[in-house]
Design a protein around this ligand. Structure first.
Ligand code: AMP
Length: 297
């Protein structure tokens, strides 16, 4: 199949044929896993893959098993035509957009992983933050990412820092299980006013979008405090909560300051730490984060 001038395949066998052909030509394979509804953040990952690899594959799969029963699996935007129009100029060589039945031949719903007997549980970095708010989410993500790695067998895979905990988990999984894939992380792409790009931003009304700006603003103000010498985590978290509270319509799920490798909470900023947050704007749940780096006085 061809969409917007880009080769799209839906079957694993077809994907493997394309990848084997590229490998036969001596090319390095780059993989960019996505759920579609693509924006400039996703495009930046594909551009990086294109710059570093000879053959770049983007996957588009809204994975049911990483959604909770009350989450937005059914209404998650599906925009294959528009996605391919963005992917082609970014240097994507192939799109893998399987049906749910191709990935889960025994069927799957948005409430768990019963269709599989095997799954990946990455402990230690998934229980807190997103894991606490979204039970089962990371098990669904780790399992589908390992499946996509096994389907495409890439040399390199690209993930965004936007989903910081997810990226941390995937790096941990790859290290623990000796998965022969080089995982590379890419910076968060933001709109000019600071809002981190997300497929879920499409759910926001213009008023909600304006309110959501307090999220990135809270991270910037925390970074400014760090630059001014603040090192106390409780004070920094207080600043973030205060900024977010300027918009009463924005409800904090969590704000946290954590070690970037272990995601354990830090109490003082003696080393770089990551500030992470999740909040609801109306019914839309958004996440954002930033690395805070104390510089020597
Ligand atoms: P998703 O389609 O939301 O599952 O995201 C697919 C990949 O794109 C993940 O590795 C995300 O971290 C990454 N991504 C999403 N939004 C951004 C962004 N604003 N900047 C950089 N990467 C992003």
């Amino acid at each position: 199949m061809d969409v917007a001038g880009l080769a799209v395949c839906t079957r694993v066998a077809e994907l493997r044929q394309h990848v084997a052909q590229a490998r036969g030509r001596g090319l390095t394979i780059g993989l960019v896993p996505t759920m579609g509804a693509l924006h400039a953040g996703h495009v930046s990952l594909v551009e990086r893959s294109h710059a570093e690899c000879g053959f770049s594959v983007a996957t588009i799969f809204v994975n049911p098993t990483q959604f909770g029963p009350k989450e937005d699996f059914t209404r998650y935007p599906r925009t294959l035509g528009a996605d391919c129009s963005l992917l082609k100029p970014a240097g994507c060589d192939l799109v893998f957009a399987p049906e749910v039945s191709e990935v889960y031949p025994r069927g799957a719903s948005a409430a768990g992983l019963s269709p599989l007997s095997s799954f990946v549980d990455v402990t230690g970095v998934t229980e807190m933050l997103e894991g606490e708010s979204r039970p089962g989410h990371f098990r669904g993500v780790a399992t589908v990412v390992l499946k996509l790695f096994n389907m495409a067998q890439p040399d390199v895979a690209y993930f965004g820092r936007k989903d910081f905990q997810q990226a941390t988990m995937i790096r941990r999984m790859v290290a623990d299980l000796d998965v022969p894939v080089d995982v590379r992380l890419c910076p968060i792409v933001r709109d000019a006013d600071g809002l981190a790009l997300s497929s879920r931003n499409a759910y926001l009304s213009p008023e909600e979008r304006r309110q959501a700006l307090v999220l990135s603003q809270s991270l910037r103000e925390a970074a400014a405090k760090v630059a001014a010498g603040e090192r106390d985590a409780a004070n920094l978290l207080g600043v973030m909560r205060e900024v977010i509270a300027r918009e009463p319509g924005v409800k904090v799920d969590y704000v946290a300051l954590a070690d970037p490798d272990t995601l354990q909470p830090v109490s003082r900023l003696d080393r770089p730490a990551v500030a992470l947050l999740a909040a609801r704007v109306g019914t839309t749940r958004l996440i954002d984060n930033a690395t805070l780096e104390p510089t020597k006085p």
